[in-house]
Design a protein around this ligand. Structure first.
Ligand code: ATP
Ligand code: MG
Length: 174
């Protein structure tokens, strides 16, 4: 799976709508401290379904919404869209939006979907919010310190079988 384009609006420091094309090959994000490099990586993890506010460096998920500055009012929502292309050449646009007091909603190519559908989409492509393909600051130390069960989860993601677990859990609940 390739990422083609990232769009952000009201997400953390990206208060104004921003669009970044992601070219094939290696992409580097450079800039001074505090300019938003980690926020960009977090936006990608968030649109892929990240459910832990702590791993987004917040205390609640609404902390991803632009909080305002001395000269700018806070935003009422945050929205991130990721255009992906799968190995078969299909383009799919994943959007996640959060509104204050209303929680998160997902869209796949413009249609409302469940968080679970997004998890399956990325699990089947052997990537996802917790995929070892995304290495955040401090993550290397976390891999070393991981408990065996956590390390197994990383290996399963890498092996591309975590989609099976999501489906099994789903089936067991029915
Ligand atoms: P470093 O080089 O130090 O790792 P960085 O480029 O990774 O820096 P980030 O951590 O992505 O920088 O960005 C931090 C900035 O984002 C801070 O200025 C912080 O105030 C701002 N920020 C984070 N969350 C919000 C929010 N909800 N609303 C407004 N600004 C936010
Ligand atoms: Mg950073």
């Amino acid at each position: 799976m390739q990422f083609r384009r990232l769009r952000l609006s009201g997400f953390k420091s990206f208060v104004e709508p921003a669009e970044l094309r992601i070219e094939p090959g290696l992409t580097g994000v450079v800039g001074p401290n505090g300019c938003g490099k980690s926020n960009l990586l977090e936006a990608i993890r968030w649109v892929m379904g990240e459910s832990s506010a702590k791993s987004m460096r917040g205390s609640g998920m609404e902390d991803v919404i632009f909080a305002g500055t001395a000269s700018r009012p806070p935003r009422a929502f945050a929205e991130v869209s990721l255009l992906t292309e799968t190995a078969d050449g299909e383009e799919r646009d994943i959007t996640r939006r959060i509104e204050r007091g209303a929680g998160s909603a997902y869209r796949l190519n413009g249609s409302d979907v469940r968080a679970k559908d997004i998890a399956l989409y990325f699990a089947d492509a052997a990537t996802g919010a917790h995929s070892p393909a995304l290495v955040s600051q401090g993550r290397i130390a976390a891999v070393i310190a991981a408990k065996p069960a956590e390390r197994r989860q990383m290996l399963e993601e890498a092996a591309g079988i975590s989609g099976l677990h999501v489906r099994r859990k789903d089936a067991e609940q029915k």
